[in-house]
Design a protein. Structure first.
Length: 292
C-alpha cells in the first residue's frame, strides 16, 4: 500500500486529477463493501495525500474498529488525529499502537530558534525511547533515530546516520545497528551491531546519537534498556559516524518500520506538538500496509 503522508509539496494538477479519479473509484468500492479493509486503507492514504484530513480520519476510525489489534492501523489513526489537531487522542492511539515513541533533541542552541537549523557549530544529542515490542508484519521492520544532511530543497540527502532496532525477517534476529549511508558514494557502512538482549523486566530501549563536541564531526551511537522508566547501563559503539561532509547543517529524524520519516525539528510544528503530543517535531506520516 502506498505511504500516506502529510504532504508538504504542492500536488500538480495532473496529480490532483489522478488522485480524484482513484478516490472516486475507491469510494465506490467501499460504498458497496464497507468492510473491505484493503480498499479502506488505500482510500485513507489518498484522502490525506489530497489534504482531506477529516475524511482520512473517518477512514482510520473505521479501520480501528475492523482491525482492533493491528498496530499499523492505530499508528495511522494517530497520524490522522495529529493532522486534525486532536493531540490527546493521538497520544492514546500511539499507545494502542504499542510503538511507545518518545523523542528528545538536546543542542546548545536556543530551542525557540530552531528555524535556524542544526549547524556544524552545534553540539547535538538525539534520543528516542521505544517500547520493546515484537517487530512483525513487513519486510525487515525497524524503528530508529537518525541525522540526515541535504544540500537543500528537494535534492535529497548526502549522508544519513542512523541508529536502528531492526528485525531480519529471514533470520528472525533482532539487532541494534549503527550505520552510515552515503548517497554520493552509494554506500552503506555498518558502524556497529549488537543483538537485542534486554535484561529481565526491561520494557523499553533508549537509542542515542550524540555529537558531544564541535571540535570534530564524530557522532557516537549508543543504546540502553529501561525497566520501569529506569535506565540501565549504556552500550556505545566504538566506531563513530561522520556528518557535515560538505554540508553545514543536518536534520534530526525518527523512522518507524518502513522508512516513514518525521523530521525533527519542523519549525512550524515544534511548539504545537510539544504542547500536544510531547514528541519533538512529530510530523504525521502514514505507514504502508502489506496488501497482497
Amino acid at each position: 500500500m502506498p505511504k500516506k503522508v502529510a504532504s508538504r509539496k504542492h500536488l500538480t494538477r495532473q496529480e490532483k486529477r489522478d488522485l480524484d479519479i482513484e478516490i472516486g473509484f475507491l469510494e465506490g468500492i467501499v460504498h458497496r463493501d464497507p468492510g473491505y479493509v484493503d480498499a479502506l486503507q488505500l482510500l485513507g492514504d489518498d484522502y490525506t495525500k489530497r489534504g482531506k484530513y477529516l475524511s482520512g480520519l473517518n477512514i482510520d476510525q473505521k479501520l480501528s474498529g475492523l482491525r482492533p489489534r493491528d498496530p499499523l492501523v492505530f499508528y495511522n489513526l494517530a497520524c490522522s488525529l495529529c493532522l486534525t489537531r486532536n493531540f490527546e487522542e493521538a497520544a492514546n492511539a500511539l499507545e494502542q499502537a504499542r510503538i511507545g515513541v518518545r523523542v528528545r533533541l538536546n543542542t546548545n542552541i536556543d530551542p525557540l530558534d530552531l528555524a535556524a537549523g542544526l549547524k556544524s557549530d552545534d553540539t547535538l544529542s538525539l534520543t528516542g525511547i521505544f517500547r520493546l515490542s515484537p517487530l512483525t508484519g513487513i519486510l525487515n521492520p525497524q524503528y530508529a533515530i537518525r541525522f540526515a544532511d541535504t544540500p537543500g530543497g528537494d535534492v535529497g540527502n548526502h549522508q544519513l546516520l542512523q541508529l536502528q532496532v531492526r528485525t531480519d525477517t529471514t533470520t528472525g534476529l533482532t539487532t541494534v545497528r549503527y550505520l552510515l549511508q552515503d548517497f554520493d558514494a552509494n554506500t552503506i557502512s555498518v558502524l556497529g551491531e549488537a543483538p537485542v538482549a534486554p535484561p529481565a523486566g526491561a520494557d523499553e530501549i533508549l537509542l542515542n546519537i550524540s555529537r558531544p563536541s564541535t571540535a570534530n564531526n564524530n557522532f557516537v551511537g549508543s543504546f540502553a534498556y529501561l525497566t520501569g522508566g529506569i535506565t540501565g547501563p549504556t552500550t556505545a559503539f566504538a566506531q563513530t559516524g561522520q556528518m557535515f561532509q560538505g554540508e553545514n547543517f543536518v536534520r534530526a529524524e525518527f523512522n518507524i518500520s518502513d522508512g516513514v520519516l518525521a523530521a525533527v525539528p519542523e519549525p512550524e510544528s515544534y511548539a504545537m506538538l510539544l504542547a500536544g503530543l510531547g514528541l519533538l517535531g512529530f510530523v504525521a506520516r502514514r505507514r504502508k500496509h502489506d496488501i497482497a
